[in-house]
Design a protein around this ligand. Structure first.
Ligand SMILES: [Mn+2]
Length: 389
């Protein structure tokens, strides 16, 4: 993508953004500093099952608090870091995150939440903890109470962009480590900027890319994969079904919920598809990922919410749900089938138009069938000849 290629007439690259409504980075930074003044022990609480965007924005806030206020900040999280790329990000950038249950939040006098917000399903703050700072680009349902610095703006394609924006606009130079983290955070949340619909993502991306460590970026993106990854992949492909304009599959038991999203991204690339839906089970939960093409009236977030009875949601083109499996002993396969039927009904796909995506390894191919037909013809002909007719 070219530097000025956002196509919406707003200048990007190194010039100022010609948008009178652009978020005021100077004002937001001032509020940040005010909130942190006099504090000694800051904590940044990340989104549940932190993704690269959450990790990068956490690292960037940690860096800013050190650089501007001389404070040492810990990063806490719930859930796990599943995807191999994300684990490799932790490794190569030396990012240390502490499980939330090991931390006494009352010992910390400044709490920031990134890439999620109180009230969201992906925010698992311990009960009673009200954050001082929230930085998030996700849509918010209800107003937050008691947050001193609610930096929330859905125009940004990632939380990494929001924190990077504060740095770029206020001339706070990022370290190579922070720049590399932010580049990867923006990349993954915006699908290499392709999903970005604002001038800020591209601007911050380029600023940070110039300072980043390309070798580490490559190591993260080309991370080694455990054998388990291929087993789940094979299971997902073998069970995948194409119904009308939707591709769906059930992965069975997964080691981490990210596997579900990864499979949805892969299947969604199938030609002719308008929807993809993938599910997997981990413990008492069924995880669901939905992808949809951008079109009038299409809302993946709404579909996720409807089929999960409100325990899911997301954006127009991608969404997810975490559903408690029924406690009545229903087999996970049967429960998935229920969700599958609801999904097809919701997107109005014709169930009768269902076929498997792949064929079993020992199944006959079209070539095998042609070969057999030829064999039969030959033997019939030699029979005729020997009969002398
Ligand atoms: Mn994000």
């Amino acid at each position: 993508m070219g530097r000025n290629g956002n196509g919406n007439g707003v200048r990007s690259g190194n010039g100022p953004v010609a948008d009178p409504d652009a978020p005021d980075a100077t004002r937001w930074l001032r509020r940040f500093i005010e909130a942190a003044r006099g504090k000694r022990k800051p904590l940044v609480h990340l989104q549940h099952n932190p993704d690269p965007d959450a990790l990068a924005s956490g690292v960037a806030i940690q860096y800013m608090l050190k650089r501007l206020m001389g404070l040492d900040t810990i990063l806490t999280h719930t859930g796990q870091v599943g995807r191999s790329e994300n684990r490799s990000m932790l490794r190569w950038l030396g990012i240390r995150i502490i499980p939330s249950y090991k931390v006494e939040y009352a010992d910390y006098d400044l709490v920031a939440v990134v890439d999620t917000h109180p009230g969201s399903g992906t925010c698992r703050l311990p009960g009673g903890v009200v954050p001082d700072i929230v930085v998030d680009h996700h849509p918010m349902d209800e107003a937050m109470e008691g947050v001193a610095v609610p930096f929330l703006d859905t125009r940004f394609g990632s939380t990494s962009t929001m924190v990077g924006w504060l740095m770029v606009e206020n001339n706070i130079p990022a370290s190579q480590r922070v720049a590399t983290a932010l580049v990867y955070g923006i990349k993954t949340d915006t699908l290499d900027l392709s999903r970005s619909e604002n001038p800020y993502d591209e601007r911050v991306y380029h600023e940070m890319y110039d300072r980043s460590d390309r070798q580490i970026l490559r190591r993260i993106q080309r991370a080694r994969l455990p054998q388990d990854y291929f087993q789940v992949l094979e299971r997902g492909l073998r069970r995948a079904r194409v119904t009308d304009f939707a591709v769906t599959t059930y992965l069975g038991k997964v080691e981490h919920s990210d596997a579900v999203a990864e499979m949805a991204d892969l299947l969604f690339r199938l030609e002719g598809m308008r929807w993809a839906m993938v599910a997997g089970v981990k413990g008492p939960m069924m995880y669901l990922s939905i992808r949809a093409v951008r079109a009038e009236g299409v809302d993946a977030g709404r579909v996720a919410s409807v089929i999960s009875d409100g325990s899911g949601g997301g954006h127009e083109t991608f969404a997810a749900a975490q559903i408690h499996r029924p406690a009545d002993g229903t087999e996970p396969e049967a429960f998935f089938d229920e969700l599958w039927q609801r999904f097809l009904k919701e997107i109005r796909a014709k169930k009768s138009l269902t076929r498997p995506l792949t064929v079993p390894v020992d199944a006959k191919t079209a070539e095998d069938h042609a070969h057999e037909r030829e064999q039969r013809r030959r033997s019939a002909r030699s029979q005729d000849e020997s009969n002398g007719s």
